[in-house]
Design a protein around this ligand. Structure first.
Ligand code: HH2
Length: 271
């Protein structure tokens, strides 16, 4: 297993997205076979991704869940081939069985949009040496965008992530292995997302690295009026805002563009 890179020193890390799905919101079908996923993975590594996030189930609003076997068939061959080749691999899953198989295949990180709340998920991660990202979501992908409601979105997301950190630490997962994510677009209106981005620095108070996924999301479509495939510029702007708000890992589809923008940001801040 390629070790998870150090997160608190140096520049922020770029996590390239590989969706081995037919139906992801911005790139569904692009990597639907193992071969096409590996080709795209090689391109993203070449463009400068520090790690790749492999997903086998779309979590876009309105999406339907896939079974354990199908999700494994989609992601595990890709994870194994990339890990064997020395790439740092994260696996985007909420299913403990898929987590276990991914860890055995060489994944260095589990990225769970359900924050390790499924029965057995905390234990699978605790038994391994891998890192884990726990994300906030209100509701589930099928219905989360119907009418999201918060009294104070920043406080409620912050409190949830703190509780999940406490649960992970109590399960025996070392703090150094944990990452949190406010979950942009997961049960949030445009106003909720903007509020979270505006107050992103608050999440660094939780003393673990913050991961942010804003890439091509519909909030950027609402702001710019552009379709998912035409949101690179908006995504890069959002990634830089997240970085200046303290994000340590940026989950993106457009690696090369993000990499260049981040290089400028880091150069200015190192000066
Ligand atoms: N967003 C998506 C999926 N996984 N994981 C984290 N930690 N944070 C995110 O913001 C996040 C995530 C949705 O994006 P994508 O994978 O491109 O689409 P889909 O879910 O349709 O496959």
């Amino acid at each position: 297993m390629k070790p998870f890179p150090a997160l608190f020193s140096g520049r922020a890390l770029i996590m390239g997205v590989i969706n081995v799905t037919p139906d992801s919101f911005s790139d569904g079908g692009l990597c639907a076979s193992t071969e096409s996923a590996l080709r795209h993975a090689a391109a993203l590594v070449e463009e400068g991704a520090d790690m790749l996030d492999i997903g086998g189930e779309s979590t876009r609003p309105g999406s339907c869940p896939v079974g354990v076997r199908e999700e494994m068939d989609r992601v595990i061959p890709v994870v194994r081939a990339l890990a064997d080749a020395g790439t740092c691999v994260s696996v985007d899953t909420s299913k403990p069985e898929v987590m276990q198989a991914a860890i055995e295949a060489g994944a260095a990180m589990i990225n769970d949009v359900n924050a390790l709340q499924a029965r057995g998920a905390l234990e699978v991660v605790a038994r391994s040496g891998v890192a884990a990202c726990m994300m906030h979501m209100q509701g589930d992908p099928r219905s989360m965008q119907i009418n999201p409601q918060y009294n104070d979105v920043v406080k409620e997301v912050w409190d949830f992530l703190r509780q999940r950190l406490d649960a992970a630490l109590a399960a025996g997962i070392a703090r150094e292995r944990l990452v949190i994510d406010p979950g942009f677009g997961f049960g949030k209106t445009l106003q909720h997302n903007l509020e979270l981005l505006r107050h992103l620095t608050r999440f660094s108070e939780l003393d673990v690295p913050v991961l942010v996924g804003l890439s091509r999301k519909s909030m950027l479509g609402t702001v710019t009026g552009r379709e998912a495939g035409d949101r690179t510029h908006a995504s890069v702007a959002a990634a830089l805002l997240a970085r200046s708000g303290g994000a340590r890992i940026l989950r993106v589809h457009d690696v090369r563009a993000t990499r260049d923008a981040l290089a400028v940001y880091e150069a200015v801040n190192a000066a």
